[in-house]
Design a binder for this molecule. Sequence first.
Ligand SMILES: Cc1cc2nc3c(=O)[nH]c(=O)nc-3n(C[C@H](O)[C@H](O)[C@H](O)COP(=O)(O)O)c2cc1C
Length: 218
Amino acid sequence: MRAPLYSGVTRTTESARSDPKGTMSTPLLDRTAETSVPVLDVLAQRWSPRAFDAKTPIDENKLAAALEAARWSPSASNTQPWRFLVARRGTDLHTQIDEALMGFNREWAGTAQVLIVALSEDVDAEGNPRPWAQYDLGQAVAHLSVQAHADGLYVHQMGGVVRDQLRTIPGVEDRFTPTSVIALGELGDPSDLSEKLQQRELAPRTRRPLSETIIAIA
Ligand SMILES: Cc1cc2nc3c(=O)[nH]c(=O)nc-3n(C[C@H](O)[C@H](O)[C@H](O)COP(=O)(O)O)c2cc1C
């Protein structure tokens, strides 16, 4: 049973159960997409929050499963042209990644239990280009995000990062391109966000209609 909460936002009894102690001043949000045809629940229910749980440590099994899902995503000739820097909150690496975020991303992403830098391997160890690297990396991150969501974690990807700053992290070879940073963790309380970010957190989720996306269908 769903009861309307905000415009385009619904709250489920399941969400209310997710905060049994009632410690959050705002209940966990269900921002399920209003799809034109049914899709897998995990796809409709995935969304990108900015309010992350800033206190609880990450569930290690769920983190491992998200990374394993990325590992098993398909890639051109099975080249797997992706690498990750994985940083738990409280570590120097987490701080270093947080400091490389741009603009308003710095306001909220540092609370995430894990920050992950997603890097594409644009050139292999022998110097040969990997033309599908960015495509494959995006697909690996998509798998990661779906697995995470199925396990009750949330993902928010960010392109607003200073790439050159991430390049200075030990282990990041020149042939790897830091492409995005992923905030991963449990949902936090939106009322902890600034007013501006709260508005974004609660704004209706929208998409262009399929009819404008499919150029031709025969
Ligand atoms: C490659 C990429 C870059 C993004 N960059 C940012 C960012 O820098 N800051 C931010 O707050 N959200 C960022 N987002 C999140 C998108 O704004 C978000 O996915 C989109 O609005 C759709 O919302 P939903 O994920 O909740 O469906 C990014 C998403 C992707 C995939």
